[in-house]
Design a protein around this ligand. Structure first.
Ligand code: ADP
Ligand code: TRP
Length: 321
């Protein structure tokens, strides 16, 4: 039997190419190899979005995004997290075998604290709801970006702890993190992130692409000076897009036969060629939102059956009868 792959993404804003190369692309690449469950983490989004209309809009949009990048509903079960309310029940059960100091070590909480942000209980408990997402379907593998690795470890710990206390119930999942990508750097050299505004939108217009690429800071080396490609943010984007011209470009950097302006111009064209076709597909999909909602509903029905089965077992094991 095929192994089960599960991953989710929060509908909290427009996607950038960091989301794509760090996480989403893997979902498309893996859909033939695994039984794939991909969901829109709208319960998780509630930790930061308190606007019903906005949450609904973002959730539908991200579903369209997924379909546009090539998720095929015949191969991947795409669904809304909230169509499986059983995960919140499981999270509650996990809460009772999880200690506060343990969750205080989680990055999302620590970051919010360090920035003096108000931390709601939902944010604090975020990793436990994520553990429930992962464990309720008996997931084998969880493809995520580097920054979510700790959360998958928390899911593993939680599975093991539950199994120890109540008897073997949950599979211990493995994270999948693409080595060659890890963290995608934004146009300002920091991690590309929605919250830093340093991203290139996954469906950006040609104008937006140009603006973002031109804003990448470089040092002041002139055209004829040799340049270290590993220290150039523009080159980092070239590498991300890959392609057969990369070795030649690298040579030109090292030999001082390319300036940053030309490198950026080439990057703009390559970025347009990468984003353009996806943007067109996205526009087609957006014409029929009802079809997208149906895909989500159908997907939710499929996975909820499995979640219910697991919850029946869990309820028995903990004595909720
Ligand atoms: P953001 O940091 O922009 O708010 P999210 O936290 O919503 O992004 O991340 C969604 C998914 O995309 C996660 O799996 C995350 O690991 C991945 N991801 C986000 N930013 C990057 C990045 N710069 N490089 C690689 N992967 C990323
Ligand atoms: N925390 C993930 C993110 O920020 C989203 C997420 C929620 C998730 N539950 C998950 C990812 C379960 C993988 C598995 O993107």
């Amino acid at each position: 039997m095929q192994k089960t792959l599960l991953s989710g993404i929060k509908p909290t804003g427009e996607l950038h190419i960091g989301n794509y190369f760090g996480a989403m692309r893997q979902f498309v690449d893996f859909q033939d190899k695994y039984r794939s469950f991909i969901f829109i983490a709208n319960y998780h989004a509630l930790t930061s979005v308190a606007n019903s209309e906005l949450l609904r809009k973002l959730s539908l949009e991200i579903a369209m995004d997924f379909l546009a990048i090539g998720l095929d509903p015949k191969k991947t079960t795409l669904f809304l997290q909230s169509d499986v309310p059983e995960v919140t029940e499981l999270a509650w059960i996990f809460n009772n075998i999880t200690t506060v100091p343990y969750l205080m070590r989680a990055h999302a909480f620590k970051d919010a604290e360090a920035k003096n942000k108000e931390v709601n209980v939902g944010l604090f408990d975020y990793p436990i709801l994520m553990a429930a997402d992962i464990l309720i379907y008996g997931s084998d593998v969880v493809p995520v970006g580097q920054d979510q690795k700790q959360h998958v470890e928390i899911a593993r710990d939680t599975a093991q702890k539950f199994n120890r206390i109540f008897g073997n119930t949950f599979k211990v999942p493995e994270p999948i993190i693409l080595d060659e990508v890890k963290t995608v750097i934004g146009t300002d050299g920091r991690k590309m992130s929605k919250s830093y505004g340093n991203g290139i939108g996954l469906f950006a217009s040609d104008e937006e692409i140009k603006k973002a690429v031109m804003s990448i800071p470089t040092d002041s080396k002139s055209v004829n000076e040799p340049k270290d490609p590993t220290k150039c943010n523009v080159f980092a984007f070239h590498e991300l897009l890959g392609g057969k011209d990369l070795p030649e470009l690298k040579k030109r950097y090292l030999s001082g036969t390319i300036g940053y302006k030309e490198s950026k111009d080439i990057l703009v064209e390559r970025m347009k060629a990468f984003i353009g076709p996806m943007r067109k597909r996205r526009e087609e999909i957006a014409k029929d939102p009802d079809a997208v909602l149906k895909i989500l509903r159908d997907g939710g029905e499929v996975v909820r059956k499995e979640a219910k089965k697991m919850m029946k077992e869990v309820r028995e094991k903990v004595g909720l009868i």
